[in-house]
Design a protein around this ligand. Structure first.
Ligand code: ASP
Length: 470
């Protein structure tokens, strides 16, 4: 039976069967060393003078990334030949049988380095190879374990995991929507969710009280190091809660999960700054509280920012929510909101979590009264018919006994970036987009054929050459 390379440590002088990829090969004339890589790590294989001639010949033929299965005997490495850097570094396997399961073209770039030196385009074109490198294996496995622990925490706090649709209606979260044409309803379109915001609020109307989802958020916005078209959120919502209660539960989750991986958190409970204070003290609401020494030690400095202005002026001089329109105003500013007065001074019941200079989460206590929500939409310039058309479903739901509620969402990639010290989102996502907005490996966006276009009732207008990038 096949075992993992790391298991050879307990198998001295025993025969083992291993399978994996050729990660490296050193040919010393009469002796060949092969590093065999599997999901658990690396082990050194040896083909030497005592190896049967046919097996030796096959050993000689091996090249990087070939897939092999071997049988052999676990031996202690000769004194002075141990490799303390390797988990299996005290041992090696003298190969007795070998089967070549598959050959590989020479990889387009080395896989044993951390990969930062290779261009993004090449790495993402061959992402399935890039992902073989140990650093990315670690990051992606950390991500999987991280979400597992988040789920465990939330389940143990009585949350229900509920999926919400991907084909939906646009929810304004400040970005452009990705649009999906409908075949059955000519001229009509779905939007991919910028977040499950409205659905999670509807789940509060539906009486679930504690919802979460590891949710994909899809936004057509300018790409940056820490932002892709798609990211994943830990999205939650709770009924009958105050802002402090949401923040406390969330903080307990972040602390439990992050510390379970051995990370050190700078200050607990997390310090809380008002937006105003943050701007005055740090000149930004995405500040980094770590000292230089703490940066070297990988400390995580979380802090809350609260009391954001509800609205700001956009480039056209119109009011727009700083976060999203579903937030409630602070109690004392409710009148202003309803009357449309002192708009710039209205404070939202919003909270953001920052860590090491990144915004790693945000949420709010929501408006649960239809007239408050309507007042927000009016301030941001919607006419009554438009409010009805875009948000009639939510306002209608709010007529049927909606509990007070609030919640928040964390960007999983940004949390993982702070934990791993990575500065690009692509280092913690399996198949990220390139910075020019194309997919990894598969060549999308791409053209579709005439038949598909016709089925979708679409005609493509050739872009003018100077507007191709928009
Ligand atoms: N939907 C919000 C976001 O994606 C988070 C929230 O307010 O719960 O940023």
């Amino acid at each position: 039976m096949r075992i993992l390379t790391k298991e050879i440590n307990a198998k001295l002088d025993q025969e083992v069967e291993l399978a994996g990829w050729v990660a490296g090969r050193r040919d010393h004339g009469k002796i060949i060393f092969i590093d065999l890589r599997d999901r658990g790590g690396l082990a050194q294989l040896v083909f030497g003078p005592k190896t049967e001639a046919e097996v030796y010949r096959l050993g000689e033929s091996l090249r990087p990334e070939w897939v092999i299965r071997i049988k052999g005997e676990v031996k202690k490495r000769p004194v002075g030949m141990e490799n303390p850097e390797l988990e299996t570094g005290q041992y090696e396997v003298a190969v007795k049988e070998i089967q070549i399961l598959n050959r590989s073209d020479p990889p387009p770039f080395p896989l044993e380095t951390d990969g930062y030196e290779i261009s993004e385009e090449t790495r993402l074109k061959y992402r399935y190879l890039d992902l073989r490198r140990p650093r990315l294996q670690r990051n992606i496995k950390l991500r999987s374990e991280f979400t597992r622990r988040v789920r465990d925490f939330l389940f143990s706090h009585d949350f229900v995991e509920i999926e919400t649709p991907l084909l939906t209606k646009s929810t304004p979260e400040g970005a452009r929507d990705f649009i999906v044409p409908s075949r059955l309803h000519p001229g009509k379109f779905f939007a991919l969710p910028q977040s499950p915001q409205q659905y999670k609020q509807l789940l509060m109307v539906a009486g679930f009280e504690r919802y979460f989802q590891i949710a994909r958020a899809i936004r057509d916005e300018d790409l940056r190091a820490d932002r892709g078209f798609e990211h994943t959120q830990i999205d939650l919502e709770m009924s009958f809660v105050t802002r402090e209660e949401v923040m406390a539960l969330d903080e307990a989750m972040i602390i439990a999960v992050v510390e379970s991986f051995g990370y050190q958190i700078k200050t607990k409970p997390f310090p809380v700054f008002s937006y105003q204070e943050a701007k005055e003290k740090f000149g930004s609401d995405r500040f980094d509280l770590r000292s230089e020494e703490e940066k070297a030690k990988g400390v995580l400095a979380f802090a809350w920012v609260v009391d954001f202005p509800f609205f700001e002026k956009d480039e056209k001089g119109e009011w727009t929510p700083t976060h999203n329109p579903f937030s409630a105003p602070k109690e004392e500013h409710l009148e202003w909101l309803l009357e449309g007065e002192n708009i710039g001074a209205i404070v939202a019941n919003q909270y953001d979590l920052v860590c090491n200079g990144y915004e790693v989460g945000g949420g709010s206590i929501r408006s649960h009264q239809p007239e408050v929500l309507k007042a927000v939409f009016r301030i941001i310039g919607y006419k009554d018919e438009e409010i009805e058309r875009q948000f009639g479903h939510l306002l209608e739901a709010f007529r049927y006994g909606v509990p007070p509620h609030g919640g928040l969402a964390h960007g999983i990639e940004r949390l993982l970036m702070t934990m791993t010290g990575e500065t690009y989102l692509r280092e913690v996502q399996a198949f990220p987009q390139t910075s020019s907005g194309r997919t990894s490996v598969m060549d999308a966006p791409s053209e579709i054929d005439e038949k598909q276009l016709a089925e979708l009732h679409l005609r493509v207008i050739e872009p003018k050459s100077d507007s191709k990038k928009n």
